[in-house]
Design a protein around this ligand. Structure first.
Ligand code: ADP
Ligand code: MG
Ligand code: MG
Length: 249
């Protein structure tokens, strides 16, 4: 699904990613961990196509196609979803109306008509039931006065509705209470399938108590320096990151 080879990228002429390799197959959940400033968010933003970064080397393929020249919208239309891509507050636009517009814009980009209202309602009902989201929440103004947990609920709902091939959740963990972590974990666990893949980026192991990843990678100084299974996350929680840095010397 996703194949990244020798990715090098910089911002303001500062090299951040220094030859990163990552392969994610359909049906897999990958966790990317690593110390603050390692380049985790940079990686997420570059996959999503944010334009402030300069890719100086390497390739990013999605389902065999090079996506590195595509605009963020085009990547989204190709099935890439990044959490917090739409963090804005929009008074007067409800959670539901926002997602309806996003879905129809995606369809339009593919030359399709708007989704029939009946199908849209059915989808909203199915996904909100799956994620245990109540109707009142769906009619609230987007992000207006949302708590941390509600922001997460909205994000996971967006993800469920957009049905991405590749979902990237950049969980900075800062200010995330246990409820918010559970909402994210529950959503990922319910939405993962053999046809999609999820990358969860996290600084702490806590989130991975609820999402069991198939692979855990450690990003350090712009590269993936170690990969393993879920037990690697536990080892990192117990021992921190320093032992990995020492292994590299
Ligand atoms: P992480 O998510 O792993 O904590 P980031 O990807 O946010 O790390 O940051 C990696 C490095 O890139 C840091 O040194 C950070 O200061 C730098 N960086 C990230 N974004 C920007 C930016 N917009 N402008 C300048 N430097 C940035
Ligand atoms: Mg950071
Ligand atoms: Mg980050």
């Amino acid at each position: 699904m996703l194949k990244i080879e020798n990715l090098q990228a910089s911002i303001d002429d500062k090299l951040i990613l220094k030859g990163l390799n990552l392969e994610v197959k359909a049906g897999e959940v990958h966790a990317i961990m690593g110390p603050n400033g390692a380049g985790k968010s940079t990686l997420a933003n570059i996959i999503a196509g944010k334009e402030e970064y300069e890719v100086t080397n390497g390739t990013i393929e999605l389902n065999g196609e090079d996506i590195s020249e595509l605009a963020p919208e085009e990547r989204a239309h190709n099935g890439v979803f990044l959490s917090f891509q739409y963090p804005v507050e929009i008074p007067g636009v409800s959670v539901t109306n926002f997602i309806k517009t996003a879905i129809n814009e995606t369809r339009k980009a593919k030359g399709l008509e708007d989704m029939p209202a009946k199908d849209m309602l059915k989808k909203i009902r199915e996904k909100s039931e799956l994620l245990e989201i109540d109707r009142k929440f769906l009619s609230r103004s987007l992000n207006e006065g949302f708590s941390g947990g509600e922001k997460k609920r909205n994000e996971i709902f967006q993800m469920a509705m957009l049905d991405p091939k590749l979902a990237i959740l950049d969980e900075t963990d800062s200010g995330l209470d246990i409820d918010a972590l559970r909402i994210v974990a529950n959503g990922v666990n319910k939405l993962k399938s053999k046809d999609n893949a999820v990358i969860v980026i996290t600084h702490y192991q806590r989130l991975l108590e609820y999402i069991v990843p198939d692979f855990v990678h450690v990003l350090h100084d712009g590269k993936i320096v170690k990969s393993g299974d879920a037990s690697l996350a536990l080892e990192l929680e117990a021992k921190g990151y320093d032992w990995i840095k020492q292994e590299l010397v």
